[in-house]
Each structure stands twice: as structure tokens, then as C-alpha cells.
Ligand binder design. Structure first.
Ligand code: BF8
Ligand code: SF4
Length: 634
């Protein structure tokens, strides 16, 4: 047995949370832990996906006695329609985030709030899209590219531009299966149209559109979100930071950024570092200003600026419960409406900023690209002025913190691993050193672990236990979203500490490349980075993606976005392992389509594996990786 003592355990994190809940009790705060109890047991029809309420003749619920809805739709049609709507919700959400970034790119100007920080990347993408770059002002190019990018959402003809980044084999599979995504908004609209009363009830057609709609997110909206965020804010490079609730500082003004869109948080970070603001904080009795993050906004600013990560999805109430949070500033997605009433129990300002995410009991400061600087400054000031309203008796920041090295964009991974093999890199670089590690067996394979927390799984336990299991077996991890934060909080991104928990091969790679064995690739839209990496590995090796010893995993997922991600990861040829059932078990047909040998597997050479027993899920992942190695003869 290995000694894990130097990592922070799930038990320790739970103890910290319990102490915070005690803090909350003093002021009558509600909590998700309590609300889960109130909501249990969940509705069995909802869980199986067998309830339909898409027209007002219903709601119709399928039972052995009532096998069809009033319109005659059977259980397979109902489950598949629900699945497609779930996907469309996620695809729309990710892609709309991408759209916002494209608009921000359009606002970029020399000396403005937003500037082009990675011109090389912009030029590279422009060339890829066949746009003339020679002699063009970089901001003219940015505006031209942003308009082209925005057209990807609604263009009348053609498919997504970034599909060409996939290996030819993958492109052919998509073509043959009829799932090449067209305009992003069209795929979402088609999904809504297909699932309207009296349209599709054929499960196969609905699942096919689910893949297509997911692909419009992964290779469309999310990929543009990531790429143009890099252009605007810089492509991430390795940077050291810290993680877990102890990153909040008792004597400082604490501002927590939460949500997904980096446009706002970038500005908040900028003004929190402004000497004028720091002086103002000191004049109010604080020692300084600490910005920390929750959820994917946190990942974005951690990857680019080393801003510490206070926690992931199910920690969002914890930051307020410390009694030391002057402001929690949110943009969009994964924000608990509970933060409104909760913040009222403390002195915390709950600041919403997007017309997309309006919530009761919040202060709304509408943020937009033209006024970004003023908005961010006003928010930072508001937090500073709130410092004096703290109740010192309620201040309790658990002493839990780990070091983490983050910032592994594909560009960064290619660069650091090049140090292992000393091969030449071209403009983009090559994944050959990584491939050599895999073919030689020094690394057995890779797992892309992503996704949320979900109270159905003991928070972070599945992420952390699966990661440990993979590390021991020389399987490198690339991670994003709340999974990444679970790793960071536990200490698995500490390059000094975490390598001790790896098998001999992985440990050696970590030492040579000076990396942690769990590589933080960013937020959930940044799963597009993982697609690019998989595509590059396939091109550099000549092996189809589905045959590479690489799998995807979302052990604690909860959101519609996660289902959209699942669809595009599988549709890219990567077997995907889920620890939470996607509301599909009510239909044998849909279950077979998603998880069987003869469903989507026939179209895209990969499928879902669902197992709520996390130990067994991990065994299946390792088996899958080993089977792929055996098939390749490596
Ligand atoms: O987009 S992992 S809980 S924060 S949905 Fe949300 Fe899930 Fe976290 Fe980021 Ni992704
Ligand atoms: Fe019922 Fe059919 Fe209406 Fe759904 S569409 S609610 S199954 S009648």
C-alpha cells in the first residue's frame, strides 16, 4: 500500500466542508447538502428518461401498463428525444460562450480593454481558414476572423471549418454517418425541431443528431471559444499556482470569480492588481486583494495568470460560507441560484454580470466589451468597500491548500514533452515524443478526465480515486473543468509530490519533462484542446484515433454541457466512460445505441461505457487501454 498522506484526502475536504456548514448554521444558511436530502428520492421516470412533456396533451409517463404516450410515441422515442434535447442544451450553451468570445475579438483594438495577445495563433488560424494575412494590420485581421467565426454559427451552406483539423479517417466516418456538423445554430435548431411533437420518434435518427449536435460544439463553438480566447488572452503555458479553499486569505479582500467566460474575469484580475486598487484596499483595513476562482472561470484565469483555484462546482457555497468572501462575481453557467439567498446570510456581494444568467438576490452589473474596464473596476471597488462589513466571528477559512502547476495547452504539452525525446519541433510541434513514450510502454496510455461534481457521487471521490488508479498504472491524465480542480485540490498537480504516486514509467516522464502527471488543459470548452491533441497524435502516428490507447472519462458529470461533450468525444472516436447514467436506461434501444457494439460504435468506432461502480469503471478503462495496446501489438 502506498502512503497518500501528503495529498489532501476527500475525508479531509469533507471535514473542512462540515466546518463551513457549521458556520452556515449560525446564520441560518441553506446548503446543497440539505437540498439533496429534500429532493431524495428522485423521480424514477425522470431518471430513466421516460417522461415526456413536450406537448400539453401530456405529461406522458411510460409504464408497463401505459407503453405509449397519448400521441403513440414509445419509450425509445421519448428517451431518445430527451437525450437529444439534453445535448442541444449543452451544445447551445458551450457554443454561445464561444460566440461571446468571437464578439469580444471583434471589439479588440490597440490599447483597448481587449487586445490580441497571441498574434501568431491568429495568423495560424487565418491561414488555416484561407484568409490572406500578408501585410494586414493584426486588428483588421482579428475583426475579419471574428466575422468569419460568427458566420460559423449561421452560415447557410457547408460544414464547420475546423472539421478539417481531424484526421482524414475521422472526417470520412463523419461523412459516411451523415453527422458532419453544419452551422452550429442549425444543429441546435434541428435538434429542437426533430424533438417537437409529431416529428422524430425513431431512436436511431435522434441519437445520430445528438452526435452531430455535439460535434458542432466540440469542433465548432467550443473550439472557436478556446482558440480565440487564446488569441485574446494568450495561449496558456505552464504556471505555478495553488488550489483548495485555503487560497482565500483572511486579511485580504477576497474576490471570487465564478462561471465560464474569461472576458470578465480577465478584467477583474487586471484591476485587482492595479496599485491604485491595492492602496484603496489597504486604506479600508485590508492587507491586499486576493482573487480566486470557482468552476471554469477559475480554470481560465489559473491557466493564464496562475490565479488560485478555491474550488470546483460543489464548493461554490463553501467560498461564501467562509465568511471572508467580499464578492462572488459570476458570469454564466454552473452558478447555483442558491448563492443569492446564501450571500444574504453573510456580508458577501453576489454580483451577476450577464443577461444570460440573471438571478434573484444578486446585484446586476451588466458587463460588456466596450465598458469592460469600468465594470471590472466598479466590481473590485465594491468588494473593497465591503471588507468593513465582515463579521469577524464568522470568518473561518479552512487551512487546506496544495501547489499546482497548470497551463497545459496542446502547444505547451508538445513543448514540454519535446524535452523528453529531444526531437525537432516544427512551427506547431509534434506529438512524436509522447507517442514514443506510449509505444515503448513507458506510458501505457492516456485518460482525458473531465466534467463536474454531482451529489450522486461523493464529491471528488471518483475523480481522485480514478486518477490515482491511472497514475499507478502508468497512465497519464489530461484533465479539464471541475475534474482538474479536484486533482489540484488533492495535490495531484504538484509536480514534486504527485510523481511519487506514479508507476515507474510515468514517474520518469514527469521527472524528465518536469511536469505533474495530471495535466490541466483548462476549462470545459477547452476539451476542444483534447480533440486537437488526439487528432495530432493520430496524424503523427498514422493510427486512427479509436485505436490509440486513449479514453475519455466523466465520473461525476451533471450538466447538459457534459452530455454534449460526451457526444463529441465519442463521435471523435474516443471511448467514453461515465460514472453517472445519462437518463437513458429506460430504453433498451437507446442504451444499445449508446453503449452497445452495434450502435454509434459502428458509425464512429467508439461508444459510451456507463458504470456507477467507480472501482469497476476504472478497471474497465484500464482494460480498454490494454486491449487497444494489444490490438496495435505494442
Ligand atoms: O463547464 S465541469 S460543473 S464548471 S459543466 Fe460546470 Fe461541470 Fe464544472 Fe465548467 Ni464543465
Ligand atoms: Fe405525450 Fe406525445 Fe405529447 Fe410527449 S409528445 S407529451 S408523449 S402526447
Amino acid at each position: 500500500m502506498k502512503d497518500w498522506a501528503s495529498l489532501t484526502t476527500v475525508e479531509e475536504m469533507e471535514a473542512a466542508t462540515n466546518a463551513l456548514l457549521e458556520n452556515g448554521k449560525k446564520v441560518g444558511a441553506d446548503s446543497w447538502q440539505q437540498r439533496v436530502k429534500n429532493q431524495t428520492p428522485h423521480c424514477g421516470f425522470g431518471e430513466a428518461g421516460t417522461c415526456c412533456r413536450i406537448c400539453s396533451m401530456g405529461p406522458c409517463r411510460i409504464t408497463p401498463k401505459s407503453p405509449r404516450g397519448i400521441c403513440g410515441c414509445d419509450v425509445h422515442g421519448i428517451v431518445a428525444r430527451n437525450y437529444l434535447r439534453f445535448t442541444a442544451g449543452g451544445s447551445a450553451t458551450h457554443s454561445d460562450h464561444g460566440r461571446e468570445i468571437c464578439h469580444t475579438l471583434h471589439q479588440a483594438k490597440e490599447g483597448g480593454n481587449y487586445q490580441v495577445k497571441d498574434p501568431e495563433k491568429l495568423i495560424r488560424i487565418a491561414k488555416e481558414w484561407g484568409v490572406e494575412t500578408e501585410g494586414k494590420d493584426i486588428y483588421d485581421l482579428a475583426h475579419e476572423m471574428s466575422e468569419l467565426a460568427l458566420l460559423e454559427y449561421g452560415k447557410p451552406f457547408g460544414v464547420q471549418r475546423f472539421l478539417k483539423r481531424a484526421p482524414e479517417h475521422t472526417q470520412q466516418l463523419w461523412h459516411d454517418a451523415g453527422i458532419e456538423p453544419r452551422a452550429i445554430d442549425r444543429e441546435v435548431s434541428t435538434a429542437m425541431h426533430m424533438t417537437h411533437m409529431g416529428c422524430s420518434s425513431l431512436s436511431e435518427a435522434l441519437i445520430r443528431q445528438s452526435l452531430r449536435c455535439g460535434l458542432s460544439d466540440g469542433w465548432g463553438g467550443s473550439m472557436m471559444g478556446t482558440e480565440f480566447s487564446d488569441v485574446l488572452f494568450g495561449t496558456p503555458k505552464p504556471v505555478d499556482t495553488t488550489a483548495n479553499i485555503g487560497v482565500m486569505e483572511k486579511d485580504n479582500v477576497n474576490i471570487v470569480v465564478h462561471g465560464h467566460d474569461p472576458s470578465l474575469s480577465e478584467m477583474v484580475v487586471y484591476y485587482a492588481n492595479d496599485p491604485e486598487m491595492i492602496a484603496y484596499a489597504k486604506s479600508m483595513g485590508a492587507k491586499g486583494i486576493t482573487v480566486s476562482g470557482v468552476c471554469c472561470t477559475s480554470n481560465e484565469v489559473a491557466m493564464r495568470h496562475g490565479i488560485p483555484m478555491a474550488g470546483n462546482f460543489l464548493n461554490q457555497e463553501n467560498v461564501v460560507l467562509t465568511g471572508a468572501c467580499e464578492a462572488i462575481v459570476v458570469d454564466v453557467q454552473c452558478i447555483f441560484p442558491a448563492l443569492g439567498p446564501l450571500s444574504k446570510c453573510f456580508h458577501t456581494k453576489f454580483i451577476t454580470t450577464s443577461p444570460i444568467a440573471r438571478m434573484p438576490d444578486s446585484e446586476f452589473i451588466q458587463f460588456n466589451a466596450e465598458t469592460a474596464g469600468e465594470n471590472a473596476k466598479a466590481i473590485v471597488k465594491m468588494a473593497i468597500e465591503n471588507f468593513k462589513n465582515r463579521n469577524p466571528e464568522l470568518v473561518n477559512i479552512p487551512d487546506q491548500k496544495q501547489n499546482a502547476r497548470v497551463g497545459y495547452s496542446v502547444e505547451a504539452i508538445v513543448k514540454v514533452l519535446d524535452g523528453v525525446a529531444n526531437s525537432q519541433v516544427d512551427e506547431f510541434g509534434t506529438t512524436k515524443p509522447l507517442l514514443e513514450c506510449v509505444t515503448s510502454g513507458v506510458l501505457r496510455g492516456a485518460v482525458a478526465m473531465v466534467g463536474c461534481n454531482n451529489p450522486k457521487v461523493r464529491p471528488d471521490s471518483a475523480h481522485i480515486s480514478l486518477m490515482k488508479k491511472m497514475l499507478e498504472n502508468d497512465i497519464i491524465l489530461i484533465v479539464s473543468g471541475c475534474s482538474a480542480q479536484a486533482a489540484a485540490k488533492a495535490g495531484l498537480m504538484d509536480p514534486v509530490k504527485a510523481k511519487e504516486y506514479c508507476g515507474a514509467g510515468l514517474k520518469r516522464v514527469c521527472e524528465l519533462a518536469n511536469i505533474p502527471p495530471v495535466l490541466h488543459m483548462g476549462s470545459c470548452v477547452d476539451i476542444s484542446r483534447m480533440l486537437i491533441l488526439a487528432a495530432q497524435l493520430s496524424k503523427d502516428s498514422g493510427i486512427p484515433i479509436a485505436q490509440l490507447p486513449v479514453v475519455g472519462c466523466a465520473p461525476e458529470w451533471m450538466s447538459e454541457k457534459a452530455v454534449s461533450i460526451g457526444n463529441y468525444v465519442v463521435a471523435t472516436g474516443i471511448e467514453t466512460f461515465l460514472g453517472v447514467d445519462p437518463y437513458s436506461k429506460g430504453s433498451s434501444e437507446v442504451t444499445e445505441l449508446l453503449q452497445g457494439e452495434n450502435g454509434i460504435n459502428k458509425w464512429v468506432e467508439a461508444k459510451f461505457v456507463v458504470d456507477t461502480d467507480i472501482e469497476s469503471l476504472g478497471d474497465k478503462m484500464i482494460q480498454c487501454i490494454e486491449d487497444k495496446r494489444a490490438a496495435l501489438g505494442i
